[in-house]
Design a protein around this ligand. Structure first.
Ligand code: SAH
Ligand code: SF4
Length: 391
């Protein structure tokens, strides 16, 4: 890991003062930077490959760049990721990093290995302003948007930590990130500009080359931004539904008061005109006695009648003080069956990384008390709390 401070902004290239963090620049941004510095356009592509395909942070190691260009880069640019506060590996192989984004804020990144893919779950904000009733991130309140470089750095760092840059040496399949989901802390569509640039970098063939189908943005339903994403960079879309009617959704997902279900469903239909997949994934957290009855399932079937979709039922992950309980397994099964009977493909999310609190809604449970976080990080603001290798 580079040891430079984590909180520098991915500022516009600056000639005086702050150096630009190259992890925050997409192909256009790097090309503009190269042009400003009197470099040929192909230098931008070379740079992008060094940064993202090889995970290189040391300009001197970028041997095919002219020496003068490397000197310019050393003077004016940095490649830096947030410092790692902790790194945990669960018994099931799920790995969770807690990253210091400065000012007493931390965000989490989770890697979930599966037999046919490796999924990285990234965060887009420190905290979240939507304040869903069942979400511990929401309960922390909103601190700030992450910059593009802080979003991309999660993928960059995870690839380095997983040894994926040694791919040519034959890295094990379960170490490779094939999918990225924006399902960590924060509402990606309330941090639209940074999320969009991060998506462009993730999809770029000179960077990570991920296909649109394998990158999923999850949203609580920011309708105008769903439309923007459809135009700017349609990737797979997951919508956090959680309720079949406005009265209940207003309570569970307060953003519903601004963008009610009818508008959300219409936005989903519009999105599908450009989406890389021909369905929307609806996420639905299963809350005992709140949204999990057969009646709710029937209402749900009616609600989504015109939207090609799949359902992902998420057993609620309790956290202290939530006042909510997860639905019983038999209830979840019966609920799922109602959807399946109506012809909707439905999965129940397996809880992964339970032993390291890596599951949805538990992210950064450790940092709910920011004072404690600061104490743990110490005066230097950087310290590894714990590294537990449970495998
Ligand atoms: N803000 C975005 C993405 C991050 S949340 C969104 O809401 O979609 C990712 C998923 O985790 C969402 O579907 C969210 O509803 C779910 N989630 C949040 N808290 C949870 C909890 N305590 N238990 C289970 N799922 C939760
Ligand atoms: Fe924010 Fe998503 Fe949590 Fe709601 S579920 S508070 S939108 S992170």
């Amino acid at each position: 890991m580079p040891s430079l401070p984590a909180s520098a902004d991915a500022a516009a290239p600056s000639h005086e003062g702050r150096r630009v963090n190259l992890l925050g620049l997409d192909a256009d941004g790097l090309a503009r930077l190269c042009a400003q510095w009197g470099q040929k356009p192909f230098r931008a592509r070379q740079l992008m490959r060094w940064l993202h395909q090889r995970g290189q942070a040391d300009f001197d190691a970028m041997t095919d760049l002219a020496r003068e260009f490397r000197e310019l880069l050393r003077e004016r640019a940095v490649v830096e990721a947030p410092a790692v506060i902790s790194d945990h590996v669960s018994a099931d192989g799920t790995r969770k990093w807690l990253l210091d984004v400065g000012g007493g804020n931390a965000v989490e990144t989770v890697f979930i290995p599966e037999t046919d893919r490796g999924t990285l779950c990234v965060s887009t904000q420190a905290g979240c302003a939507v304040n869903c009733m069942f979400c511990s991130t929401g309960k922390q309140g909103f601190s700030r948007n992450l910059d593009t470089h802080e979003i991309v750095a999660q993928l960059w760092h995870a690839n380095r930590a997983l040894g994926a840059y040694a791919r040519e040496k034959g890295v094990a399949e379960d170490r490779v990130i094939s999918n990225v989901v924006f399902m960590g802390m924060g509402e990606p569509l309330q941090n639209y500009a940074a999320t969009l640039t991060a998506l462009r970098i993730m999809l770029d063939d000179n960077a990570y080359g991920l296909s649109r189908r394998r990158v999923t943005v999850s949203t609580s339903g920011v309708v105008p931004m769903i439309d923007r994403l459809r135009e700017d960079c349609p990737v797979a879309l997951a919508v956090s539904l959680h309720a079949p009617n406005d009265a209940l959704r207003d309570e569970l997902v307060p953003l519903n008061r601004k963008y009610p279900l009818a508008e959300l469903m219409a936005a989903c239909s519009r999105y599908l005109e450009s989406a890389p997949r021909d369905f929307i994934t609806f996420e639905y957290v299963m809350l005992d006695g709140v949204n999990d009855s057969d009646r709710h399932a029937e209402e749900l079937v009616e609600l989504v009648r015109t939207v090609p979709c799949k359902f992902n039922l998420i057993p609620f992950n309790p956290f202290p003080g939530s006042g909510l309980r997860k639905s019983r397994p038999e209830r979840i099964k019966a609920f799922a069956q109602r959807l399946v009977d109506a012809g909707i493909v439905t999965t129940v999310r397996r809880t992964r990384g339970d032993d390291i609190d890596a599951a949805c809604g538990q992210l950064a449970g450790e940092v709910q008390d920011r004072t404690r976080l600061r104490e743990r990080m110490g005066a230097r603001g950087r310290r590894v709390i714990a590294v537990s290798e449970a495998r």
